[in-house]
Ligand binder design. Structure first.
Ligand SMILES: [Zn+2]
Length: 172
């Protein structure tokens, strides 16, 4: 993504509205105080980037389940789940999942946030491995990704898997 690197001093903001010092890219959905606050509250369902991706994917005629566990008995739920195609999509928050472009270790309590975010990314990798073992295609999409771009990736993966289902099995 061509997010410009800005050297400008971060605007002062009340500590309560930005406890972790996250600086959203200019013009992104998270650059308004309200959405930034919502994002920092904790990872929750139906965040704005998630809704945008969901509606872009829906507009392309693809149907999916929302926030369900792809594998029964494994307590990991994906944001969009295409059961027949076996594609699981995660929309990852830039702060909580340690986006290489936007994550900055907060100046306050770095000893808490560092291990916390590392644990999240380790868990993500483990989830990907578990799903791959069960034959799932896993897509991880940063929340900073444009919804239309995300929808293109998702549609490509789903259509590829569905085409694979229709292909006759290879003769050895
Ligand atoms: Zn990001």
């Amino acid at each position: 993504m061509g997010v410009p690197k800005r050297r400008a001093k971060p605007k002062p903001s009340p500590a309560s509205s930005n406890p972790v010092g996250y600086q959203a890219p200019e013009g992104s959905w998270a650059s308004s105080a309200a959405t930034r606050k919502a994002m920092q509250a904790n990872r929750s369902r139906d965040t704005r980037p998630e809704l945008a991706v969901r509606s872009a994917v829906h507009a392309r005629g693809l149907r999916y389940r929302v926030a369900v566990r792809p594998i029964r008995g494994v307590r990991r739920s994906a944001d969009l789940v295409f059961t027949r195609a076996r594609v699981a999509v995660f929309i990852d928050g830039c702060f909580w999942h340690g986006c290489p472009e936007h994550f900055r270790l907060p100046a306050t309590n770095p000893d808490y946030w560092g291990p916390k975010i590392r644990a999240n990314t380790a868990r993500d990798a483990e989830t990907d491995a578990l799903l791959a073992l069960e034959g799932w295609t896993v897509l991880r999409i940063w929340e900073h990704t444009l919804a239309v771009e995300a929808a293109t990736r998702i549609e490509g993966a789903v259509r590829e898997r569905l085409a694979g289902l229709r292909r006759p099995p290879e003769v050895p």
